[in-house]
Write a protein that binds this ligand. Sequence first.
Ligand SMILES: Cc1ncc(COP(=O)(O)O)c(C=O)c1O
Length: 384
Amino acid sequence: MNTRARVDLAPIPFIDLAAQRRRLGSAIDEAIARVTAHCRFIDGPEVAAFEAELAAFCGARFAVGCASGTDALLLVLMAKGIGRGDAVICPAFTFCATAEVVVLTGATPVFADVDAETFNLDGASLKRAVAAAKRHDLKAKAVIPVDLFGLPADHDAVAAVAKAENLFVLDDAAQAFGATYRGRKLGTLAPATATSFFPAKPLGCYGDGGAVLTDDARLVELLKSLRVHGQGSDKYDNVRIGMTGRLDTIQAAVLIEKLKIFADEIAARDVVARRYATGLQDVVTVPGVPEGLASVWAQYTIRLPEGRRDGFAAALKQKGVPTAIYYPKPLHRLEAYRNFPVVDNGIPVTDRLAGEVISLPMHAYLDAPTQDRIIEAVREALKS
Ligand SMILES: Cc1ncc(COP(=O)(O)O)c(C=O)c1O
């Protein structure tokens, strides 16, 4: 095999965290070394510094660091007193954590359908889900729209239903911190927004981490108590039931360095997404971005006609191009979630998407020649 052929078959990473590390040079190692020198591993000065910078980045008044995106969601539901007898509406096409936190509070998730173009919560289905909750003798208390794959949900539509039905809105922006909705950054679109710093997320740390963004000072007070076992005036004065849900100092130190290049990375991801669209839109359904919205492209997810996906993925794998399926089973079909209520007309769009979607490599450091190789492999695979 000649050298060129070997290069053409070398496996391409799905997400290239090493490329980002090379760009950051020694900055992260030095930030971690500062923490290991001062030894304030819990609640060190980097945590508050990062919270301030994160809030400033998106325009929220406050950010509260948490141990994960899941904890960020859970802590907000706990702070809002959501529990037994309450319903929280969730899209069925999302990662399980969106609904898992609802069940952990003792409340019941009610699943709604999504829009076929954006993959995000459908406003009409949200309304039906409120009716479904009532039929199950549940009080619909909150909705968790998800900004799936980095694209903001239809926040105006969600807010309209939430206002009419008196629902608290908790935005699950685990995949989408940094994205923009009609001139505003996520973190400011709902009374509370949760995000995740899982390493593969657009803004990821070197382990688990998350945050809540909000303008509500009382909510911040409750979250800060709940993330340290419901502490009152000090940590041995426990005034409510909480948990260990803090962001580690080392992770905050890593995130401070990564936040410095995040805006630039978002722009680079958008270039990659546009190049995919140009190279693929005539052969496959590429993701659309509604007017006035900007995605951070946590995933670049295309749709194939049903039944084509396995062969397509195998053909790409042979050429060293990895793919991933988010999500092969929607929540209402997972064993742990299938007994929870769904909207009365079912969830047909989610069911269809689960059989059609497949995600291509996406990160800020995907260079043009590598991406051209992916585009060519996709076009070839679709021919066969
Ligand atoms: C939509 C969504 N919600 C919540 C989470 C949970 O975040 P974490 O893994 O940080 O707990 C994730 C993480 O993958 C997610 O994709």
